[in-house]
Write a protein that binds this ligand. Structure first.
Ligand code: SD4
Length: 306
């Protein structure tokens, strides 16, 4: 069976990221190169939840998390990385040029600089600066559901603007190779040192070429609790479709959270080895972007549980 060229990614800004990935895929490139190039588009944009334009931690410092995984279980990850524009590319270097899978904090930054990545100024974007000042007034840690698709960093969904994103991306190339990437500034105003699911292989991202690939976005703590992306892939291995597997993982989290499920958002996207894709979210408002030969620009409203 000829494999299906495909790239899918989270939230509305997945559309422009997918185009970046599609350039690679449509020229016969490798899925791994596509998922790196794709999310670099989002990392370079001024965005509330990805890259150096993202919201800072409670101390006012932007710390970035990213990971990448290919079709042969090679994987690389960086976490709590500061002042580097493209954490996804550093994650790939960790994968390809070190004996390790994960580098964090200062060590990750030293490695990035040694690899030739420029150290950017430690400075908040104007939007992040504003959001941080606003946050300091109450200093309350309260994640906003669907802030990624909101036009407003502070108050959450307002519809319309849709200019924010935390991005996870999955792709299949012409040779049937699956790869995935995930990159984020993490939950805004997190405790210093906090990591979410996004840099964790098996939680934010997992790829098993024989079965499929999955990735997560939303409240990282609750994705980690069930090793989310790995769970979705294992459910596909048991025969579930991508969407049904995503739904089962969301249901597992909802059951654990009980009444508190309404306070959070978690979302999964998945692709199987046959090139079928699907997604599911805990709450309304999660979108994912799909790009394939027939639909170069498709944004899908994911179904949800609550
Ligand atoms: C985190 N999962 O740091 C990330 C945040 C996210 O869309 O995905 N937001 O918990």
């Amino acid at each position: 069976v000829a494999s299906k060229l495909l790239v899918i990614s989270t939230w509305d800004t997945g559309l422009s990221a997918n185009l970046g990935a599609w350039k690679v895929l449509s020229q016969g490139g490798r899925a791994l190169d596509a998922v790196e190039a794709g999310v670099m588009v989002t990392e370079a944009s001024q965005n509330c939840c990805v890259g150096l334009g993202g919201n800072p931690d409670r101390e006012g410092i932007v710390t970035l998390d990213a990971c990448i995984m290919d079709e042969q279980f090679n994987c690389g990850s960086v976490a709590a990385l500061e002042r580097i524009k493209h954490p996804i590319s550093v994650a790939r270097r960790v994968m390809e040029r070190t004996p390790h899978v994960m580098l964090v904090g200062e060590g990750a930054q030293q490695f990035a600089v040694a690899q030739g990545f420029p150290l950017e100024p430690q400075k908040l974007s104007p939007d992040a600066e504003k959001a941080y000042r606003e946050w300091l007034k109450t200093s309350q840690y309260k994640p906003v559901v669907n802030i990624e698709n909101s036009g407003n960093r502070k108050t959450g969904p307002v519809g319309g603007a849709n200019n924010h994103d935390t991005i996870a991306m999955l792709a299949q190339d012409a040779q049937g190779r699956l790869s995935g990437s995930c990159t984020t500034s993490g939950m805004g105003f997190k405790m210093r040192g906090r990591l979410g699911d996004s840099p964790l292989i098996g939680s934010g991202l997992f790829v098993d070429n024989a079965v499929g690939a999955a990735a997560a976005t939303g409240q990282g703590e609750d994705v980690i609790r069930i090793a989310g992306a790995h769970t979705v892939v294992e459910l596909m291995r048991q025969g579930m479709s991508p969407k049904v597997a995503c739904k089962a993982a969301v249901e597992r989290i909802a059951k654990i959270k009980g009444d508190k499920a309404r306070d959070i958002q978690v979302c999964f996207i998945a692709v199987n080895a046959q090139g079928q894709h699907g997604a599911f979210a805990l709450q309304k408002g999660f979108t994912y972007a799909v790009c394939d030969a027939s639909n170069q620009q498709q944004l899908i409203q994911a179904d949800y549980l609550l």
